[in-house]
Write a protein of this length. Structure first.
Length: 344
């Protein structure tokens, strides 16, 4: 089912909060994922088409080409092999937290650094460059002002451009070096790195902090994640749905759930609302989207969330909220926490 919705440029399009309609729209190649077709910028502001390699914003066949090249790097098996890496990174951050003593801001001490350090490992950022890279990655995922975020994003882009050159010249044992051995150009590789950072950092950091909050609020939450990390994490993904919606645009006139949609009409798929309606332990939640653009990093996200939350619960079985206020950091595109003070 579709209901009418107004878009920032004045376009009258649609939205859906219905599971079956959402899956149908997201699986249908007659809907485009190109942002410049989505009516999301205010009237008069043009959105640029995707740069080479920025495949999240592309349709088939360009999207398919990049997706195929990357898929083998993100298999369930490969991601499971990373569990030990997450455990080590989580343990290092928990050591630092323990040494600092309570109260601690879990967002700053754990939820932001763990995904940032994981991505360093995966992209093969050298030890000497870690501090620089991690600093900018954390600013990008932080609650700082827009200018600082934009500057750090540009710094990461420059850094990735140089990193790609370095991996071409001297490959090491990491995903970027693997990809540098394919037909991809430097520009494409740099932009793929930017997509991975843009899609994988803030999402995971916010899921870690919101997930931890739920475990602390629910009696027995910490014990539950240790007893059954897989279903607990799926439930947390469903409940929080940090990417609350995705948008598509019809490439031709077509019918959706009995409703005529014109070419150029946008449809907002309300992932968060749909996931709320599914009920506890529902299979097939849409926290990672659906169809051709379904989250490429979902197994990596699951591995990180399970290993990191289990490590947190095991280290501090008596972890509790310190202070009565939780600082939320929700914006239109993302749900998350700015600060989560905890003690033990
Ligand atoms: C809990 C954490 C995460 C959540 C909730 C999440 C959610 C999503 C969603 C909803 C989409 C679909 C976007 C659309 O259809 O327009 C997506 C796509 C994507 N995600 Fe994730 N994501 C997470 C973590 C990650 C991680 C860790 C990575 C990799 C480092 C990653 C990489 C990607 C990429 C590359 C895409 C684009 C795929 C494509 O266009 O083919 N994500 N993610």
């Amino acid at each position: 089912m579709l209901t009418p919705m107004s878009y920032p440029d004045g376009h009258e399009g649609w939205q859906t909060s219905d599971h079956a309609t959402a899956r149908a729209v997201l699986a249908d190649p007659r809907f485009s994922a190109r942002p410049e077709l989505m009516h999301l910028a205010p009237a008069g502001v043009d959105m640029q088409p995707a740069e080479p390699g920025a495949f999240l914003d592309m349709d088939a066949p360009e999207h398919t080409r990049y997706r195929r090249l990357l898929m083998g790097k993100f298999t369930v098996r490969r991601m499971r092999l990373l569990t030990e890496m997450v455990e080590r990174i989580a343990a290092e951050n928990l050591d630092a937290m323990e040494a600092a003593g309570p109260p601690v801001d879990l967002v700053e001490a754990f939820a932001r650094p763990v995904p940032a350090q994981m991505i360093c490992e995966m992209l093969g950022v050298s030890y000497d460059d870690r501090a620089h890279f991690q600093h900018h990655a954390e600013v990008v995922t932080g609650s700082g002002d827009g200018n600082a975020v934009a500057e750090s994003f540009a710094a990461l882009q420059d850094f990735l451009r140089e990193l790609v050159k370095a991996k071409r010249a001297k490959p090491t044992d990491d995903m970027l070096s693997d990809l540098a051995g394919t037909e991809l150009t430097d520009e494409e590789l740099t932009n793929i790195g930017v997509v991975l950072l843009g899609a994988g950092l803030d999402t995971t950091a916010n899921m870690l902090s919101l997930g931890a909050l739920t475990l602390l609020e629910e009696p027995g939450g910490l014990a539950a994640v240790r007893a059954d990390p897989e279903s607990t994490v799926e439930e947390l993904l469903r409940v929080h749905t940090v990417t609350p919606f995705v948008v598509r645009s019809a490439l031709e006139e077509l019918e959706v759930g009995g409703q005529l949609v014109r070419a150029g009409d946008a449809i907002t798929v309300q992932l968060g609302k749909i996931n709320q309606d599914l009920g506890r332990n529902a299979k097939g939640h849409l926290a990672f989207g659906h169809g051709a653009h379904q989250c490429l990093g979902q197994q990596l996200a699951r591995v990180q969330l399970r290993a990191a939350l289990v490590a947190l619960a095991a280290r501090f079985p008596g972890l509790r909220l310190a202070g009565d206020e939780v600082m939320r950091r929700d914006d239109v595109y993302m749900r998350g926490l700015g600060e989560l003070r905890v003690a033990w």
